[in-house]
Design a protein around this ligand. Structure first.
Ligand code: ANZ
Ligand code: ZN
Length: 827
C-alpha cells in the first residue's frame, strides 16, 4: 500500500484537472445552472487566511452543486485597481502596474495550489484595458441616463502631501495618516452617481431577498435610512429668505422655540457676516466636515445669528442659531428646535437658556417645560397647539401637514440618509473617467468607439498638489469629439467600488468585445446563486452592485433586478482570540500550511473547526487532527482495495440475500452520515457538522474492519467506501481523487453524481424485550438494539398492559438490562 503524500498527489491532480478542463463552464440551456461566487480578492501581495476560508467555502458549494447535477460556474479574478498599488509606487518607486501584476502572479499560484475548482479561463483583472473599457462604457451609459453628474463637493486636503485624502486616511484629530498635518477642507468639482434615484427600490427590493442574512439587510435599510415627515417652510424675518426644514414630527410644530442651521448652510455665513461669530461659524463648518460620523457623541455647540424665523403655523418669530449638530447633507440642513420632544434639541436649549415648551402630553410628562428632565420623544396628545389641542399625535402629524399644504407653507416629505455616490478620486491607479472638457463645447463624453481611455504609463506619483494624471500632458491634451478643437481630459479616476459593481456580469462572458457582457450568457448564468464574502461589504459593495443591476435592468440589458440570490458572510480567522493581522504579528501564512500539510488538510481544518459564519480559532493541533483523519480514510481505502477488485457495490435487495448484523450496522452508519452531509450542504452550509458525521462513519468502518476473525463483505465494503469518498470529495478534492482511482474507478470523482442515501439502511436493528412488573412478565416490547436506558424505560412505561398493572401504585424503580429485560418495581 502507498502512503499519503499530499505534495505528490495534489500537484498531479491540479495538472490533470487543468489539462482535462473539468471545471470549465459553458452555457447549456438543457441543464440547470448554478453560479457560485466568492468576493474576488484585491491583489495585495499574498493570500491570507480570510481568503482561504472564503474560497474554501465557495469551493465546497460549487463542487457539491456540480455533483448534484448543476452546470456550475465558479470564476475568480482580481479587484486590481486601488490605493495600495499607488502607495507602493510612492514608497518603493515601483510602478503600480508592475506591483499589481506581480502580486497577481503570486496569488494566482497560491490559489491554484489550493485546488479550487475555478474556471481559470474566465479570470479577469479590473485593471486590464479589456475590462476597464467596459467600466467606462457603463459610466457613459449612466451619463446618458442622467445618473452621472458633476457637482462641487468638499474633499479632505492634506497641505503637507498636497493631495486629497479618503475619509479613512484622516486619522486621530483630523490629521493626515502619512505626515500628520492638519487636514483642510477644499471644494472641488467632483463626479457623482445618482444612486439616490434608486433609494426606494433598493430599500423595497430587500424584502424579496429571502436568501440574505437579516443582519445585512438591516444594515442596508439603516444605510438607506428612509424617514417620513414633512418639509415646513419657515421664513427669515430680517431678510425674507425662505428657510425650509425637514421634520419627522410635524405634530410638534407649536413647540418650536428656536431654529438651528448647519454651519455649512448657505445662510449661516451670510447671517453672521461681520458679526462677532463669523470666525466661530467658519471653524465649526470645517470641524463638522471632518467629524460628521462622530456627531452623535460630540458636545453640542452653537452661536446665535441675531436673525429670526417665522413659524408658518402660528406666526411666531424664534431666534435662528447655528449649531454643530446639524449636517448639511441631510434634509435641508436646517432644523426646527423642539427641545421638549427631541433630546438633542433639549440639551442644546438647556445649555443656551432657550425656552422649552411641552406640546405633547402623556402620562408622567410635566406640562411646564422648566420641569422637564429629558425630552419626551414618545406619542401622546397635542396640547398648547391651538386648534389641534386634544388630537392624538399620530393623527396630528397628518392634520398639521394638511394645514401647511392649505397655507402653501409645507408638504409631506420623505428623506433618505443615502447620499449620491462621490466617485472621483485624485488618483492614478484607477479607471480613467471618459470625459473631455472643451473651451467651446464644455463637458463632452468620449465617443464609444474611442474607448478605452488608456491609463498612461509615465506619470509623476509623488504628490505635487494635483492628480497624477495631470502630470501626463500626452494623456490630458486631446481634441474635442464634437468640434475637433483642443480639449483636455478629466484627470481624476473612478472609485474602485465601481469596478467591483459589475464584475460578476463580466464573468458570464469574460472575453466578449461586443459589450460589457453578452446578454444571452448573462440571462443564463445570472443571478449569482450563492455569493460568499466578508460582512465588511454589507453596505458599500453589496449596495452598489444592486444599484448597477437595477440600472442595467431598466436599460433592458439584464433580466434580473437583483444580482445575488443567496448571500453568506463568513466569520473571521483568529489566533489567540484576535483577528489575524500583520500589526498584531499573529499571522499564519496559508502557503506554509499548504507546504507542510497539503491543501486538503488546510481546507479540511478550516471547514471543520467552526460553523462557517462564526469566528474560527487557528490551531496547529486542529490542523494535525485534520491530517490524521485524511490518513485514516486513506489507509482504509488502501487496505480494502485488493479485495475489491472486480467487485460491484452492494445494491439493496439485489440478490435477495440477507445481510448480517455487522454489515447492516456499517451501512446504517454510512448512509446516516450521507443523509446528514446532504442536508448540511444543501440547506445550511453547516460543513463542520457534515464533516463530523463523516468522521463518525469512518470510526464505524474501523469497528467493522477490526472485528476479530470476521471476513469483510466485499460488495458492502465497496458500496460504503465509495459513498465515503464521494461525500468527502467536496472537502478534500485531491485525496478523494486518488482514492477513487485506487478503488479502480474511471473518470474524476468530481464528475460523479452525488450518491443517494438508502432510507431502509437507516433502520436500526430491533429486538423484543420482556417487561416485568413486580417480578412478573406482563408485556413484550420492540426496541432498537442500541436503545438507551431512557428510551427503554419510556417504551415500557407507555405500554398499555404495563400501565394497567401499575395503575394506582407508585413506580419506585425501573431497572433496564439492555437488550434483555425491563423491570418495573412499584410500591
Ligand atoms: C423637529 C423635531 C421634533 C424632530 C421632535 C424630531 C423630534 P431622522 O429620523 O433621522 O430622519 N434633523 C433634520 N435634518 C437634520 C440635519 N440636517 N441634521 C441633524 N438633524 C436633522 O431625523 C429627522 C429629525 O432629525 C428631524 O425631525 C429633525 O428634528 C432632525 F420632537 O424636527 B426633528
Ligand atoms: Zn469642443
Amino acid at each position: 500500500t502507498r502512503s499519503y503524500e499530499p505534495s505528490v498527489i495534489e500537484a498531479r491532480w491540479q495538472q490533470e484537472w487543468e489539462a482535462r478542463g473539468i471545471y470549465r463552464a459553458a452555457e447549456d440551456p438543457s441543464r440547470p445552472k448554478f453560479y457560485a461566487l466568492g468576493m474576488f480578492p484585491y491583489p495585495s501581495g499574498r493570500l491570507h487566511m480570510g481568503h482561504l476560508r472564503n474560497y474554501a467555502l465557495v469551493d465546497v458549494v460549487a463542487r457539491f452543486a456540480r455533483m448534484r447535477g448543476f452546470n456550475v460556474l465558479n470564476p475568480t479574478g482580481w479587484d486590481a485597481f486601488g490605493l495600495p498599488a499607488e502607495n507602493a509606487a510612492i514608497q518603493y518607486g515601483r510602478h503600480p502596474a508592475e506591483w499589481t501584476y506581480s502580486n497577481i502572479a503570486v496569488m494566482r499560484d497560491q490559489l491554484k495550489r489550493l485546488g479550487f475548482s475555478y474556471d481559470w479561463g474566465r479570470e479577469v483583472a479590473t485593471s486590464d484595458p479589456d475590462y476597464y473599457r467596459w467600466t467606462q462604457w457603463l459610466f457613459l451609459l449612466m451619463y446618458r441616463k442622467g445618473l452621472a453628474y458633476r457637482a462641487d463637493a468638499r474633499v479632505n486636503w492634506c497641505p503637507g502631501c498636497q493631495t486629497v485624502l479618503a475619509n479613512e486616511q484622516v486619522v486621530g484629530d483630523g490629521e493626515c495618516w502619512r505626515c500628520h498635518s492638519k487636514v483642510e477642507q477644499r471644494r472641488l468639482r467632483q463626479w457623482f452617481l445618482r444612486i439616490t434615484a434608486y433609494a426606494e427600490r433598493l430599500l423595497r427590493d430587500l424584502d424579496r431577498l429571502d436568501g440574505w442574512p437579516e443582519r445585512v439587510k438591516t444594515m442596508q435599510r439603516n444605510w438607506i435610512g428612509r424617514s417620513e415627515g414633512a418639509e415646513v417652510r419657515f421664513r427669515v424675518q430680517e431678510t425674507g429668505d425662505e428657510l425650509p426644514v425637514f421634520t419627522t414630527r410635524p405634530d410638534t410644530l407649536f413647540g418650536v422655540t428656536y431654529m438651528v442651521i448647519s454651519p455649512q448652510h448657505p445662510l449661516a455665513s451670510r447671517l453672521v457676516a461681520g458679526g462677532p461669530y463669523e470666525q466661530a461659524v467658519e471653524e465649526m463648518a470645517s470641524a463638522l466636515a471632518l467629524r460628521e460620523h462622530e456627531l452623535a457623541e460630540a458636545e453640542k455647540v452653537g452661536v446665535p445669528t441675531g436673525a429670526h424665523a417665522i413659524n408658518p403655523i402660528n406666526g411666531e418669530a424664534v431666534p435662528i442659531w447655528v449649531g454643530n449638530y446639524v449636517v448639511m447633507g441631510y434634509g435641508t440642513g436646517a432644523v426646527m428646535g423642539v427641545p421638549a420632544h427631541d433630546q438633542r434639541d433639549f440639551e442644546f436649549a438647556r445649555k443656551y437658556g432657550l425656552p422649552v415648551r411641552v406640546v405633547i402630553a402623556a402620562e408622567g410628562v410635566p406640562l411646564e417645560g422648566e420641569r422637564l428632565e429629558t425630552a419626551y420623544e414618545g406619542p401622546g396628545v397635542m396640547v398648547n397647539s391651538g386648534p389641534f389641542d386634544g388630537m392624538p399625535s399620530e393623527e396630528g402629524k397628518r392634520a398639521v401637514i394638511a394645514e401647511l399644504e392649505r397655507r402653501q407653507a409645507g408638504r409631506a416629505s420623505v428623506q433618505y440618509r443615502l447620499r449620491d455616490w462621490l466617485i472621483s478620486r485624485q488618483r492614478y491607479w484607477g479607471c480613467p473617467i471618459p470625459i473631455v472638457y472643451c473651451d467651446r463645447c464644455g463637458e463632452q463624453p468620449v465617443p464609444e468607439e474611442q474607448l478605452p481611455v488608456l491609463l498612461p504609463r509615465q506619470v509623476e506619483f509623488s504628490p505635487k498638489g494635483q492628480a497624477p494624471l495631470a502630470t501626463a500632458p500626452d494623456f490630458y491634451h486631446t481634441t474635442c469629439p464634437r468640434c475637433g478643437g483642443p480639449a483636455v481630459r478629466e484627470v481624476d479616476t473612478m472609485d474602485t467600488f465601481i469596478d467591483s459593481s459589475w464584475y460578476f456580469l463580466r464573468f458570464c462572458s469574460p472575453t466578449t468585445q461586443e459589450g460589457p457582457f453578452d446578454p444571452r450568457a448573462v440571462r443564463y448564468w445570472m443571478p449569482v446563486d450563492h455569493y460568499i464574502g466578508g460582512i465588511e461589504h454589507a453596505v458599500l459593495h453589496l449596495l452598489y452592485s444592486r444599484f448597477f443591476m437595477k440600472v442595467l435592468y431598466d436599460e433592458g440589458l439584464v433580466s434580473d433586478v437583483e444580482p445575488f440570490r443567496r448571500l453568506f458572510t463568513q466569520g473571521m480567522v483568529t489566533l489567540g482570540g484576535a483577528a489575524m493581522s500583520k500589526s498584531r504579528g499573529n499571522v499564519v501564512d496559508p502557503d506554509e500550511v499548504v507546504s507542510r500539510y497539503g491543501a486538503d488538510t488546510a481546507r479540511l481544518f478550516i471547514l471543520f473547526a467552526a460553523p462557517p459564519d462564526r469566528d474560527l480559532e487557528w490551531s496547529t493541533a486542529g490542523v494535525e487532527g485534520a491530517q490524521r483523519f485524511i490518513q485514516r480514510v486513506w489507509r482504509l481505502v488502501e487496505s480494502y482495495a485488493p479485495v475489491l477488485a472486480g467487485v460491484e457495490p452492494y445494491r439493496p435487495g439485489q440478490d435477495g440475500a440477507l445481510l448480517g448484523p455487522d454489515e447492516r450496522e456499517l451501512r446504517r452508519a454510512v448512509h446516516q452520515a450521507l443523509k446528514k452531509v446532504t442536508a448540511d450542504c444543501e440547506e445550511r452550509l453547516a460543513f463542520n457538522t457534515a464533516i463530523a458525521a463523516l468522521m463518525e462513519a469512518v470510526n464505524a468502518f474501523y469497528r467493522y474492519k477490526e472485528r476479530p476473525g470476521a471476513e469483510p463483505h466485499p460488495a458492502v465494503v465497496r458500496e460504503c467506501l465509495e459513498i465515503l469518498v464521494l461525500a468527502l470529495a467536496p472537502f478534500i478534492p485531491h485525496a478523494t481523487e486518488s482514492m477513487w482511482e485506487t478503488l479502480g474507478r474511471q473518470g474524476s470523482v468530481h464528475q460523479q453524481p452525488w450518491p443517494a442515501y438508502d432510507p431502509d439502511a437507516l433502520q436500526r436493528e430491533r429486538v423484543t424485550v420482556p417487561v416485568q412488573v413486580d417480578g412478573k412478565v406482563r408485556d413484550r416490547i420492540e426496541l432498537a438494539v442500541d436503545a438507551s436506558d431512557e428510551e427503554a424505560r419510556g417504551a415500557a412505561l407507555s405500554s398499555p398492559r404495563v400501565q394497567r398493572w401499575v395503575q394506582g401504585r407508585t413506580v419506585q424503580q425501573v431497572i433496564v438490562v439492555p437488550g434483555r429485560l425491563v423491570s418495573v418495581v412499584t410500591r
